[in-house]
Design a protein around this ligand. Structure first.
Ligand SMILES: Cc1cc2nc3c(=O)[nH]c(=O)nc-3n(C[C@H](O)[C@H](O)[C@H](O)COP(=O)(O)O)c2cc1C
Length: 176
């Protein structure tokens, strides 16, 4: 059976992006899903001096191995001030020091959500623009607006948005 990893670019214990990633990954049929949480990876703030003095932390290697041993990635990015949340950028930077093509051409469903009407569209565009140079293979993307109005009890409750996500998940599924 294929295995996929699903995670959020957030370290919030109540992350709405994690909730979306968990839901979207549950729609992928006939796969084993491993939900990851960035809180389980201890990574100091990236700095070139730290890298030169201490090397790359084990948990950056551990995360990269999880990517490489997966058949696909479901990722939902939190948007902070129109960009990646620090915890994600930090992981991304550390992993890029091991392998510049860190996404390893694994099929990816790339999403973002926020409480606002733009649904993290800005960070999603940044990631779409950048990941392609870093081994990214984005099969589908999805910006989910107004999380608080459209998501409840682990599910999307807006029918149109739910149908839209299902179409994108199906495309991702067919690429695995
Ligand atoms: C420092 C900071 C900056 C934020 N900037 C944005 C933003 O630029 N756009 C946006 O839609 N939401 C922004 N938000 C709100 C986040 O989208 C919201 O906190 C969301 O819950 C983050 O996702 P998460 O729950 O998965 O961590 C910001 C929140 C914080 C704490």
């Amino acid at each position: 059976m294929k295995n996929i990893i699903a995670f959020a670019g957030s370290n919030s214990k109540t992350s709405i992006n994690k909730q979306l990633a968990v839901y979207a990954s549950s729609l992928v049929k006939d796969v084993e899903v491993e939900i990851l949480d960035l809180n389980d990876f201890e990574l100091p703030l990236y700095g070139i001096d730290l890298e030169n003095e201490k090397g790359i932390p084990d948990d950056a290697h551990r995360f990269l191995k999880l990517i490489k041993s997966s058949d696909g990635i479901v990722l939902s990015l939190a948007e902070h001030n129109g960009a990646y949340a620090t915890v994600f950028k930090n992981l991304f930077d550390w992993m890029s020091r091991i392998d510049g093509k860190l996404w390893s051409e694994k099929p990816m469903l790339l999403m973002a959500t926020s409480p606002g009407a733009r649904g993290g569209a800005t960070v999603l565009e940044i990631a779409k623009g950048r990941f392609q140079y870093m081994g990214g293979n984005i099969i589908s993307d999805f910006s989910f607006p107004s999380f608080g109005n459209n998501f409840s009890e682990g599910k999307i409750i807006n029918e149109e948005l739910n149908a839209d996500l299902k179409t994108r998940v199906e495309k991702f599924q067919n690429s695995l």
